[in-house]
Design a protein around this ligand. Structure first.
Ligand SMILES: NC(=O)c1ccc[n+]([C@@H]2O[C@H](COP(=O)([O-])OP(=O)(O)OC[C@H]3O[C@@H](n4cnc5c(N)ncnc54)[C@H](OP(=O)(O)O)[C@@H]3O)[C@@H](O)[C@H]2O)c1
Length: 297
């Protein structure tokens, strides 16, 4: 059997750049914990870190990168434009670069297809939408501040609107979306692939207090393989062909989540595919507009 090398595996984006298959997530990583988590991850071999302006931890993520001793050019760093910054894309990237203490990010994502009024976060920004935001984000390409641009939380409906707009000259390199066995989104993944957009999995473990850890199918496969349920969930995502962004601030978990040079059998994969329970970690009820339309997001 061919050797499985998930820890050095990359996916080639539509720009030709390569995104490492496993990245460290940092949402809800508390202040005082992220710097160390990033260092632990980079020392364990991770070369991909995911943050966002909205997480409020870019500064600490940057400190972790700087203290790790791993050269910046070996790290794939992603951050995201916050909803209240849609009309201020140039300012948004400058703010993130400053906080992170870096000259560029490898991937800059529109966090949500929702432009929120900064003066009233309960309101949609009048006369503006994500197509306008993307028009502005496209201007960042070639400035040296971003290597790739992409989107997040886009379902098929919003991707169609974006891609069909005449102002859309650059196809997003990535769509970062919720993907785990409770929200596998096969139609959306297939749609992304058909357009050359790499799907990247957020909440790949099912997020905090994940019900997947106690799922019988996952638990049995983990037992049979001598792996943890979390490792089984990550292997499933990697074998589906997307990048996975497990978050942890716990050193032994960070290390375990990167011990991934092995694979599930086709039978094990199809058992996980057959888990019927559906759940979603990130909805859109907190946004001023609807962004999910039940079309398999
Ligand atoms: N684009 C978006 O809108 C969006 C939305 C959500 C998430 N994300 C990104 O995706 C990343 C991952 O998603 P997520 O943070 O929601 O959840 P996740 O990675 O699916 O799960 C994180 C949770 O699992 C725990 N955990 C991690 N490894 C474990 C292990 N080996 N054993 C037991 N528990 C373990 C963590 O605890 P400890 O940390 O306490 O160890 C944490 O509570 C985020 O951090 C963020 O970077 C993006």
């Amino acid at each position: 059997m061919a050797e499985v090398k998930n820890t050095t595996k990359t996916y080639t984006l539509n720009t030709g750049d390569k995104i490492p298959a496993i990245g460290l997530g940092t949402w809800q990583s508390a202040p005082g914990q992220v710097d160390k988590a990033v260092q632990d991850a980079l020392r364990a071999g991770y070369r991909h870190i995911d943050t966002a302006l909205a997480y409020g931890n870019e500064k600490e993520v940057g400190q972790g990168i700087a203290s790790s001793g791993v050269p910046r050019d070996e790290i794939f760093l992603t951050t995201k434009l916050d909803n209240t910054w849609h009309k201020r894309v140039q300012e948004g990237i400058d703010s993130s670069l400053k906080s992170l203490g870096v000259d560029y990010v490898d991937l800059y994502l529109m966090h949500w297809p929702s432009s929120t009024d900064p003066a009233d976060t309960g309101k949609h920004l009048e006369g503006w939408n994500f197509v306008d935001t993307w028009r502005e984000m496209q201007k960042l390409v070639g400035t040296g501040k971003v290597k790739n641009i992409g989107v997040s939380n886009f379902g098929i409906k919003n991707l169609e609107i974006l891609l069909n707009d005449p102002s859309c000259k650059i196809v997003p390199a990535v769509n970062q979306i919720e993907l785990h066995p409770g929200n596998p989104s096969p139609k959306l993944v297939e749609y992304c692939r058909s357009k050359g957009i790499h799907p990247s999995a957020y909440s790949p473990l099912g997020s905090s207090n994940s019900p997947l850890y106690s799922n019988d199918t996952i638990a049995q496969i983990a037992k049979d393989k001598g792996k943890t349920p979390q490792q089984v969930l990550l292997a499933w995502g990697l074998q589906k062909g997307w990048s996975v962004l497990p978050k942890s601030v716990t050193k032994d978990r960070i290390i375990a989540n990167f011990e991934m040079d092995w694979s599930l059998t086709d039978e094990e994969l199809s058992k996980i595919d057959s888990i019927p329970d559906r759940f979603k970690v990130c909805g859109d009820s907190w946004l001023p507009i609807k962004v999910f339309f039940g079309d398999d997001e």
